[in-house]
Write a protein that binds this ligand. Structure first.
Ligand code: COA
Length: 181
């Protein structure tokens, strides 16, 4: 998502989405293949890093130091939670998703599909794979946030069963862990 307001303003103005998960609604990502022969696979640092960085720079364009793609990837790898997936068309990374599970809630982050590959089900397949992983970990609710200015993406999440919830989203930066710009 391209942020039209300043990062700090935008982060204070998120829309909060949530979805209760049920095993009966679990998607079937077996083989993780879909119509345009895109395959969803776990992120591999050797094979995918440079392409993921390039995709996120184009799609998200974050300028805050803590959102620098290489740092986000390093921290996700260090978490060793196996909740980072990419969509491949051949060897090309055309989509990403990260999830997190804290034992209470699941969270979805970094959902991105290359502009040339959108509206072909890639984003939905990425969500299905992340949801399947979270469901397998016992997660009963999945949340995600949408920055103000990116409201159109609510149609995408709504199509997957997510609904807008009345929440106030708050955040606090931990400055000692944020790298210098
Ligand atoms: C949001 C995003 C991941 C969707 O990926 P995608 O591969 O195009 O999604 P899908 O093809 O699976 O779309 C499934 C359904 O969602 C809805 N949808 C998806 N994108 C939409 C859009 N731009 N406008 C309206 N509806 C949309 C449609 O109902 C679509 O079904 P249809 O194509 O049969 O009509 C992609 O547009 C993207 O990368 N956007 C920029 C990054 C971003 O905003 N990420 C979310 C951060 S919270």
């Amino acid at each position: 998502m391209t942020i039209s307001t300043s990062q700090s303003d935008a982060e204070l103005q998120t829309r909060h989405f949530g979805k209760r998960v049920s095993k009966s609604k679990a998607n079937d990502p077996a083989g993780h293949e879909q119509e345009m022969k895109t395959t969803i696979v776990p992120y591999s640092d050797n094979a995918h890093r440079s392409q993921v960085v390039a995709l996120w720079e184009i799609v998200f364009g974050y300028d805050a130091p803590h959102n620098k793609p290489s740092i986000v990837i390093d921290k996700k790898i260090a978490s060793m939670d196996q909740l980072f997936f990419v969509a491949l068309a051949g060897d090309a990374v055309v989509g990403t998703i990260m999830a997190g599970y804290d034992g209470h809630r699941g969270w979805i982050y970094s959902v991105a599909v290359s502009s040339s590959c959108r509206r072909q089900g890639v984003g939905s397949r990425l969500m299905a794979v992340a949801e399947e992983s979270l469901i397998g970990m016992g997660c009963v609710k999945i949340n995600l946030q949408i920055l103000q200015g990116n409201e159109s993406v609510t149609v995408f999440y709504s199509s997957l069963g997510y609904s807008v919830e009345q929440r106030i989203s708050m955040g606090k930066r931990i400055h000692e862990n944020i790298p210098a710009a």
